[in-house]
Design a protein. Structure first.
Length: 269
């Protein structure tokens, strides 16, 4: 398995740091990861070389290419230029490959590279399933406070994003240099694991593509530490998602479907 981080030499300048003090810092690896479906590359993303099977499942599901049961096998092949994640699908998923063409490289800051129409880019997902899941304000703040403990790569490098899943406690988390990749990896883990209704917790801002991925997962609540875009708020409203942003361990802002924020201290699945 490829390294997710490595130490590199540096010189530190500043008050109290001396003049060009030599040391080393752990930095995250960022490599080209090709996602190939039935032998044809659909996307090339710059990503962290970890949890790539989760990445494959999550990307296929959140991009509308295939459901988990339509994936026959996954193999990660190391090449001189990066990693090729080879995903083999059931025949009925072939049509999605034609409809959702993704043939250009996507940098970590962009989740829509390769989309070939305005309709695809701004698609409205099906509303999330109805559930009785609610969170008290104290739980929302606890969810945000719980995520840092599940970010070992961030602790080492201070240069990666995380996506977590909270239902009474933090059940899972994934990290990546790309915020979209971290969310796809989390989704890929969750769709293959029995889990209760819960909230997705992000260390990043909320754009429409992040809302689309959470809607595809079916999570009723999305919590982020940064602000959303106006379009993301509109899309979350249409998708029936409770969007909470600028969340901290002591405060947060709620933008849509605030009826899921209860005065109770325990969540209801």
């Amino acid at each position: 398995m490829m390294q997710t981080h490595r130490p590199l030499p540096r010189l530190t300048f500043g008050l109290g740091a001396g003049f060009g003090q030599a040391s080393a810092r752990e930095l995250p690896e960022e490599i080209a990861v090709a996602l190939s479906f039935n032998g044809s590359t659909q996307a090339v993303m710059m990503a962290s070389p970890a949890d790539l099977e989760d990445f494959a499942y999550g990307f296929a599901m959140t991009e509308g290419i295939a459901e988990p049961e339509e994936i026959q096998s996954i193999e990660v092949v190391e090449t001189p230029l990066g990693l090729d994640v080879q995903i083999w699908l059931e025949p009925q998923a072939e049509a999605r490959l034609t409809k959702r063409r993704r043939t250009m490289a996507g940098p970590v800051g962009c989740g829509l590279c390769g989309i070939d129409s305005l309709e695809e880019a701004t698609r409205v997902m099906q509303p999330v399933p109805t559930s009785m899941f609610r969170m008290a304000a104290s739980e929302i703040m606890a969810a945000v406070a719980s995520l840092p403990a599940a970010q070992p790569l961030h602790d080492l490098t201070r240069a990666v994003h995380a996506a977590g899943y909270y239902s009474g406690k933090l059940l899972a988390a994934r990290e990546d240099v790309g915020r979209h990749n971290a969310l796809d990896k989390l989704c890929g883990h969750l769709i293959r694991t029995a889990h209760p209704a819960g909230a997705v917790v992000l260390t990043s801002r909320v754009s429409i593509d992040m809302v689309q991925k959470v809607a595809a997962l079916g999570a009723p609540i999305l919590i982020a530490v940064s602000a959303p875009t106006a379009h993301a708020v509109r899309l979350a409203d249409l998708a029936g998602i409770t969007l909470i942003a600028l969340a901290r361990p002591d405060r947060f802002e709620a933008y849509t479907h605030t009826d899921r924020i209860s005065q109770e201290t325990a969540h209801v699945a």
